[in-house]
Design a protein around this ligand. Sequence first.
Ligand SMILES: Cc1cc2nc3c(=O)[nH]c(=O)nc-3n(C[C@H](O)[C@H](O)[C@H](O)COP(=O)(O)OP(=O)(O)OC[C@H]3O[C@@H](n4cnc5c(N)ncnc54)[C@H](O)[C@@H]3O)c2cc1C
Length: 383
Amino acid sequence: MPKAGKTIAVLGGGIGGVVAVHELSKRLMRRHKIVLIEKRKTHLYQPALLWSALGFQKTSDAQMPYDSFAKKRIEVINAEISHIDPENKIVKTSQGDIDFDSALIALGAEFNHEKIPGLKEFGNSFYTPEGAEKVYDAISNFSEKNIALVIPSLPFKCPAAPYEMVFLLDELLKRKKIRDNIVISFFTPELQPMPAAGSQVGKFISKFMEKKNIRYHPNHILRGARKSELIFDAGTYAYDLLIYVPPHQAPKAIRDCKLAGERGWIPVDQKTLRTNFPGIYAIGDCAEIPIAGGKFLPKAGVIAHGQAEIAAHNIILEMLSARDRESYHGFGSCFVETGWGNAAYFSGHFYHQPAPRVRLWNSNPVSYWIKHLFAKYWKWKWF
Ligand SMILES: Cc1cc2nc3c(=O)[nH]c(=O)nc-3n(C[C@H](O)[C@H](O)[C@H](O)COP(=O)(O)OP(=O)(O)OC[C@H]3O[C@@H](n4cnc5c(N)ncnc54)[C@H](O)[C@@H]3O)c2cc1C
């Protein structure tokens, strides 16, 4: 270990950042300083927003304060990052500048609701706690005919979440005995559901859509929303309730700095997860990794989690001037809730060539329970 104490800055206290700071604190000697910079006062466990949008739990259940981190030698700085200078190793924040020796960037994705005119004005999105509450209110009071769920742009995090949303919505409306009067339509620019997971998963999800009488409209590019009308390249559709996935972009602090690639996200080495700058790694939703077929590694918590462990180890190996590095192999998995206490599960290797190799387990109650118990485990394990 280097003799003098070093500062390792972890930017973002979401899924990737939380795993990374714990990994660092477990392995680094006391003389090194681990700093977590996060703009929110609480960690947000985003997968639970789906359940809040449907009224299964409160949004406050998905938010945990970072209080317990101090006793694990993790200094949490509650500040907004405005700029990252990777050459001079300085992070500019609302609480002042922070110098670092090594950094792990896990700032996630930012939403650009205004990208499509009318989306924010007329629709509701379950991708934020406030949005999830609005979706719940809108669904609870719904007494009309047409519900539209729209994915307006790519990429977006958790490729399964919008599909789970309509499956669970179908169940909720059936329980209320009003499903027969309601049309659920799903619009996406994708050519199939969850394209990065391959055609088997796509066909599986499509079959469920059909079985649940959800009208699936792939290859639909949204240009705008008006009151009660969606405007696509392919034509217009009437709706009464609009639920949407917000357009995603890289956080501004990343887009405006030298770490950003062509599309604003941070290009990293697919195995070591290092950026083009020594000592600086990026993981999770803010990183961009090309995979087979001109696609990119999906943005998902399970991937941020796996990458956080590898990148934290590699930061330490680089600090030690070791020659070896640990490799991230592109493993990802997903529980897709299909309704009525069931979930399908798939897992696979997204770096596999010439296409990701993904295995699918049919919808079953065990997968459903694993997904729900994991949310409880997450809270217990880190907070
Ligand atoms: C409804 C929904 C359901 C989902 N379900 C699943 C699921 O079932 N399985 C799964 O694997 N994934 C799921 N996901 C996706 C998953 O939550 C994300 O992919 C994951 O959180 C990404 O982790 P991350 O660490 O890269 O980013 P995040 O967890 O988004 O963390 C980024 C952190 O950086 C902070 N930050 C951003 N900008 C700044 C700044 N300028 N200054 C300071 N702090 C900043 C943010 O506040 C945030 O805490 C779901 C997401 C949603 C919205």
